[in-house]
Design a protein around this ligand. Structure first.
Ligand code: PEP
Ligand code: MG
Length: 540
């Protein structure tokens, strides 16, 4: 039995088998070799295996998503047969006398750079593909299993760290818990874990090489503890605790169908945050009154090219329909910072959180923005959709957005495509937006305060940096005063204001928020009923 402690980001208790998630980057080390031909044979075998894996993926995708979407796996197989690619790998091994893993990874990086620099859009898009196939070959060379959860039962994912795109690709039904060695409590991976109601521990000082797939573990999100190979007593205790938790949840679920109203009659909207349409099940299960934040950028993650207007339209329309008239606030894409997508080719930045992200990308690359706006305006016909814009810092940005929305409207009109102009609000997540919230309130329909970024930018603390977790204090007076100021300015102009950052779910502040006049709290679906309980037991 081995026990470790970390920081818990979602309180829950589970027991089950472990699945170790290793990244290729950690394993690609340059090593000197003596027998080049032996390395080349290893490459050939790894490529043969990759082609077989891709064929399987192609067969599966054709059934699940159709021929057009499956074609990518066919392209990948063809790329693995490309003579220039193979020759480059072989030459690297022969001339530099280096190991196969290194030669494949280097060739992948070099080809990817060459493709990125091309003028032709089709070739540019292949930059991501060549990296992808190279990663697959390296994975095979390392004898590492693919992280394919589809054939496995539910398991506890143990990893060094997880990026949002790695997390989003995992089948949520198959994950019992996350345990990571690194990671920050305010990262998007942590947010995803909360949203999925999945117990998660970060900063757990374990040695990944000592953990094996299939080992049984207990994750206790209340204590922040993970126990590998628990003894009989520990297992019994864990089972009892899991049962008790289920009982508590059952009691909370008795609040379903009840109003979020204080004892003295003040009503609050409690909505839920989601990352994709597949999360709507959690929203309905927990009886949220609507969706207060649909992080649409997750539609862009974990893929090799931009989602088309049609794909986006179908997702937004499905969300609107599933919520059947309840509010669905869709935030336009907030790519950048920790949410990196290769095909956006954002380039390396010294300070990505202060860099080219969110609305800045949309205003600089209006084609990407317009595709999303067209999908949103078309989907708005099917339900109660609102649009929300992230990372606003100025009145000019809002005016530019409004002009682009007008252009999109005119295009749709001209093409005689059905659309509706939804309510439009902005996120207040920069100190600048707080300070000019009186002016912004006159331009938009509502505000939603993004306390995750507002805390990061106000306290000058990188929310991704795990070393700073102890300094990251969203209870700081500065933040609470800012929230109060935003509420006052919004109400002065008759606009409603909500909180959709993680602080909205902080039960220690719920009463204070209600007294401040917050109209809406949008939280992880699992927190909706907890907040309802507090609100129903308080007076303003
Ligand atoms: C926030 O910043 O509080 C927010 C809700 O947006 P995100 O966490 O996606 O940056
Ligand atoms: Mg934000």
């Amino acid at each position: 039995m081995q026990s470790f402690f970390g920081k818990s980001i979602y309180k829950g208790m589970v027991m089950g088998p472990v699945m170790v998630f290793k990244k290729n980057d950690d394993r690609v080390k340059r090593k000197k070799i003596e027998n080049a031909e032996m390395e080349i044979t290893r490459v050939t075998k790894a490529i043969d295996l990759a082609k077989k894996q891709l064929q399987k993926l192609y067969d599966k995708a054709i059934v699940q998503v159709g021929e057009a979407s499956a074609a990518i796996f066919e392209i990948h197989q063809m790329m693995l047969e490309d003579e220039d690619y193979l020759e480059a790998i072989h030459n690297t091994i022969r001339t530099e006398l280096v190991n196969a893993e290194y030669a494949v990874a280097m060739t992948g990086d070099n080809f990817s750079e060459i493709f990125s620099a091309m003028d032709n859009d089709y070739m540019k898009a292949r930059a991501v593909d060549v990296k992808d196939i190279s990663q697959r070959v390296v994975q095979n060379l390392c004898g590492q299993e693919e992280v394919d959860l589809s054939s496995k039962g539910p398991c506890i994912i143990v990893a060094d760290d997880l990026s949002p795109s790695e997390t989003i690709q995992m089948d949520k039904e198959k994950i019992l818990a996350f345990v990571t060695v690194r990671g920050s409590a305010n990262s998007h991976t942590a947010i995803l874990a909360r949203m999925m109601n999945i117990p998660a521990l970060i900063g757990v000082p374990l040695e990944l090489s000592k953990i094996e797939n299939g080992m049984i573990a207990v994750v206790d999100g209340f204590k922040g503890q993970v126990i590998f190979e628990p003894d009989e007593d520990t297992c019994r205790e864990a089972r009892q605790k899991i049962q008790k938790e289920q009982e508590k949840l059952r009691l909370l679920h008795e609040l379903k169908g009840k109003e979020n109203v204080t004892l003295d009659g003040r009503k609050i909207n409690i909505y839920a945050n989601i990352g994709s349409v597949s999360d709507i099940g959690y929203v309905l299960e927990n009886d949220a009154g609507g969706i207060g934040l649909f992080r649409s950028e997750f539609l862009y993650l974990g893929r090799t090219d931009f989602p088309t207007e049609e794909e986006q339209y179908q997702s937004y329309k499905q969300a609107a329909r599933m919520m059947a008239g309840k509010k669905v606030i869709i935030r336009t894409l907030d790519i950048g910072a920790d949410k990196q997508v290769d095909y956006f080719q954002l380039g390396k930045e010294d300070n990505p959180a202060l860099g080219y992200r969110a609305i800045r990308i949309c205003l600089k690359q209006p084609d990407i923005f317009k595709t999303q706006l067209r999908a949103l305006l078309r989907a708005a016909v099917f339900g109660n959709i609102s649009i929300m814009y992230p990372m606003i810092t100025s009145v000019e940005e809002v005016k530019q957005i409004q002009a682009i929305v007008e252009e999109v409207k005119a295009e749709l009109e001209k093409q005689e495509i059905q659309y509706k102009i939804p309510k439009q609000g902005i996120m207040i997540e920069t100190p600048a937006a707080v300070m000019i919230s009186d002016e912004l309130a006159q331009l938009v329909d509502f505000f939603s305060i993004g306390t995750n970024d507002l805390t990061q930018y106000t306290l000058a603390i990188d929310r991704q940096n795990e070393k700073l977790d102890d300094f990251y204090n969203p209870h700081h007076k500065a933040i609470l005063r800012m929230i109060k100021m935003v509420v006052e300015n919004a109400h002065k102009y008759g606009k409603w204001v909500g909180i959709c950052g993680e602080l909205g779910a902080d039960t220690a502040l719920t009463e204070q928020f209600v007294r401040m006049g917050i109209d809406e709290l949008s939280v992880a679906p699992s927190m909706v009923l907890n907040l309802r309980k507090i609100i129903r037991e308080m007076t303003v």
